[in-house]
Design a protein around this ligand. Structure first.
Ligand code: SAH
Length: 254
């Protein structure tokens, strides 16, 4: 059996109980060495074999899984954050299906969630935005034309941009071209939940300069939207005049 495990954003306590157990029980561990905190592997069996997928190709990863499962070994394939976000997990799952190797996916805390926790903000603020866009800029790998930053920016939703801090000037320019005002609050979180975590706050106008000053050029998320600001309405969920399935309003209004 192969377990795809979301290792969480970095803090070794931000892996799920289930993911931790799968690592503890694994005979073979294949982890994304560039981003997974090695401390999440601390509870592994002393005899567990470890592979760093950073230097491996897809066929090499699959070959390790295939020979391991043939010998009845349990395999932990450890991805950063949650594997469903830029995890390149689909191609691995397809190969396993082709080879009739059983697998399961154990979700993890994605870095975009750790980043919201770091800046102490909520993405979905009533009266501000009820939508979160997770995306990345075009770089060495393309992005479908319909999803260009300018097109997504039209919505002025809460937006989190992965894998793009290295192009921060161009990103801020495209976000403004698409519709966000120059004074829209924006932030960069570097290594959310790690000891080295850094937060840079600003607006679309000055964020790029501040990010350069902080020396951040990778392993960071760019967040943009009025959700980072201080104007919003209170949620109906806890409104004393609003009833719902789990609570009747004091004055009986539904
Ligand atoms: N599956 C991962 C994302 C992998 S793509 C997840 O769910 O988080 C790698 C990109 O994710 C990095 O370039 C960076 O943009 C972002 N990233 C991953 N971990 C991060 C962290 N702890 N803090 C900030 N950004 C992070």
């Amino acid at each position: 059996m192969v377990y795809f495990i979301g290792a969480g954003p970095g803090d070794p306590e931000l892996i799920t109980v289930k993911g931790k157990r799968a690592i503890e029980e694994a005979d073979i561990i294949i982890y994304a060495g560039s981003l997974v905190n090695p401390q999440v592997l601390a509870g592994r069996k002393p005899e567990a074999m470890i592979y760093n997928s950073a230097s491996m190709t897809l066929p090499e990863v699959i070959a390790v899984m295939q020979s391991g499962t043939k010998e009845g070994k349990q395999i932990a394939r450890v991805h950063t954050g949650d594997p469903s976000i830029y995890g390149a997990i689909r191609e691995q799952m397809r190969e396993l299906e082709r080879l009739e190797i059983g697998y399961e996916v154990i979700p993890g805390v994605s870095s975009f969630l750790a980043a919201a926790a770091a800046v102490k903000r909520e993405y979905t603020l009533p009266g501000v935005s009820q939508t979160v866009i997770l995306t990345r800029m075009e770089g060495r790998t393309p992005v479908p034309d319909k999803e260009k930053i300018q097109k997504l920016a039209v919505h002025q939703a809460a937006m989190v941009i992965f894998l793009s801090v290295g192009q921060i000037e161009e990103l801020c320019r495209q976000l403004q071209e698409g519709g966000y005002g120059a004074d829209t609050p924006a932030a960069v979180v570097y290594k959310a939940s790690w000891e080295e975590e850094k937060i840079v706050r600003g607006t679309l106008e000055d964020l790029a300069r501040k990010v350069h000053e902080a020396g951040i050029c990778k392993t960071a998320l760019v967040m943009v939207g009025e959700f980072l600001g201080d104007c919003f309405e209170f949620s109906r969920l806890y409104d004393e005049n609003f009833s719902h399935g789990y609570r009747r309003a004091e004055n009986g209004r539904e």
